[in-house]
Write a protein that binds this ligand. Structure first.
Ligand code: TRP
Length: 504
């Protein structure tokens, strides 16, 4: 709480006691790493398909609102907890809990424990999906024998094959562990400083390409012209949930990265930059995807199969299709790689800071365990769906709720405001707005999301007419072949986890 008697005596120095923990060398490097964490499958795969399902413009507008009202305040909260706490998620919260407050300590342990578990579980299935993208890169390049299978064939071949899924998952985990083992500066910062600008550049090139081949205008209209008659309660809840996932909030990823910051001087500005870039990249990816979909005369509601089934089908027919396809799936791999690194870093930081493991040991031991668990997801769609649901529906929102409550009600005032210092009057206004939001609004909205996912609010919230979920899958297919069920959840996915992965 902020009313401790010795407010002025609290050291105004963040706890960066241990320089051997490593740190980001530059502010730019930190921003790239955080953007790398935020930009992932959520931006390139999920954002476009949920925007397609929920009707475009109006959904995008609500999503932007959620980023501003829930995402940004929580982003600041996580960064400042990490920066001031100077440790892994659990340690940072424990360091900042009011002395003698049993509730504060309890909250630190519960939140920290759940956050580390979330990182562990999410990475295990995230890596499987990233592995599929790797497979598509290989197929696009013609390296793999099944390049002739066609898009749905390729997707079924990899997602339905235990051995292929496992092999690519293994490759992806090795990539991820190699970076994390390299440390904050030499591993993570270096990777993201290269990967993120390259990713942006690739997106710009793809945008120019679709600007040239057509469909971009239609795509822009779809994304930016709101039609509020299409807006439903379900859409709003989805937007709110996704704001979380896409900014990597709710499991201490930003706390952990914040703890490697050298100063809190720019936390506000950085947080805004991270949210802005994440949103920009999602919108750009959406613009590219829908341009391709529209120019082929298809409808935007393909559902989860949009990225892995609809698009590759279209790539085949496009001019320079091989290059575009390879470039596109490389983009997906890059985005997923830097996100996976942040998921593993949360786990590794915990074992390094709390249990004094050497970084390399922690990386290979716990990364290895994640890999082993991931094999279960690679081989069983049920395991995959279960882990996906538990983490994105419940653990992340709960984690976000706990972090918001901790930041709003348990942090000392000094810690709370430390990121606003030096911004004069504007800083004071922002500080006030942030405090009100993080104390009341953010927790309230998160509780609504969690309750709605458990079905507890079914009578209260007017539910969406179910029509938009179902024909959605068919509509793209009808423009294409007759074989049904190849995209997403309604398909014959049962045993292979090719369904609504990660969807929350
Ligand atoms: N933000 C990433 C995406 O959009 C996923 C991700 C990475 C994540 N790290 C996270 C989500 C931590 C929640 C918490 O794909």
């Amino acid at each position: 709480m902020s009313d401790g008697p010795n407010q002025t005596e609290i050291v105004d120095v963040a706890r960066t006691a241990d320089p051997s923990r490593g740190s980001f060398a530059t502010n730019f490097g930190f921003i790239m790493a955080a953007v790398g964490s935020a930009v992932g499958l959520g931006n390139i795969w999920k954002f476009p398909y949920i925007t397609g399902e929920y009707g475009g413009g109006a959904f995008v507008l609500v999503y932007l609102g959620c980023i501003a009202v829930v995402g940004m305040p929580l982003m600041y909260a996580e960064l400042i907890i990490g920066r001031r706490g100077g440790s892994d998620i659990l340690g940072a919260m424990r360091n900042l809990a009011p002395p003698g407050s049993a509730a504060g300590r309890l909250l630190s342990y519960l939140t920290g424990g759940m956050a580390v578990a979330s990182g562990f579980l999410i990475l295990s299935f995230y890596s499987v999906v990233a592995g599929w993208a790797l497979h598509f890169v290989a197929v696009s390049l013609g390296v793999m024998p099944d390049a002739t299978l066609g898009a749905d064939g390729t997707f079924k071949a990899v997602s339905g094959s235990k051995s292929l899924s496992t092999i690519w998952h293994t490759v992806f985990m090795i990539l991820t562990m190699t970076v994390v083992a390299g440390g904050i500066h030499r591993g993570i910062e270096r990777l993201c400083k290269i990967l993120m600008p390259v990713l942006m550049l690739m997106l710009v090139v793809l945008l120019c390409y679709v600007g040239y081949t057509g469909g971009l205008g239609q795509s822009m209209t779809f994304l930016f012209e709101p039609d509020f008659s299409k807006l439903t309660t379900a859409a709003v809840l989805e937007a709110l949930g996704h704001a979380f996932f896409t900014l990597s909030l709710g499991m201490g990823a930003m706390v952990t990265y914040g703890s490697y910051l050298k100063s809190e001087q720019h936390v506000i500005r950085d947080g805004v930059a991270i949210a802005f870039l994440d949103t920009l990249i999602a919108l750009m990816a959406g613009a590219v995807l829908f341009a391709i979909v529209f120019s082929a005369g298809l409808e935007p509601e393909a559902g989860p199969g949009l990225l892995f089934i609809t698009l590759p089908k279209l790539f085949v027919e496009m001019p320079f299709g091989v290059i575009v396809s390879t470039g596109f799936f490389l983009l997906v791999v890059f985005a997923a790689w830097s996100s996976a690194v942040s998921l593993l870093e949360v786990v590794v930081a915990y074992f390094v800071d709390e249990w004094k493991f050497p970084r390399t040991h922690a990386t290979w031991i716990f990364g290895g365990l994640v890999w082993a668990l991931g094999i279960a997801s690679a081989c069983s769609g049920d395991v995959f769906d279960f882990l996906d649901n538990v983490t994105t529906r419940y653990m992340l929102p709960l984690g976000g709720l706990a972090i918001a409550i901790f930041a709003g009600w348990f942090l000392s005032e000094k810690d709370q405001v430390s990121g606003f210092v030096g911004y004069g009057k504007i800083g004071k206004v922002l500080e006030f707005l942030w405090l009100v939001t993080i104390r009341y609004i953010t927790p309230f909205l998160i509780v609504v999301v969690i309750l709605s996912k458990t079905g507890a609010l079914d009578g209260v919230l007017k539910e969406t007419p179910p029509e938009q979920a179902e024909p959605a899958v068919e509509s793209v297919e009808s423009g294409e072949s007759g074989e049904s069920g190849e995209s997403g959840e309604s398909g014959e996915s049962g045993e292979s986890g090719e369904s609504g992965e990660l969807a929350d």
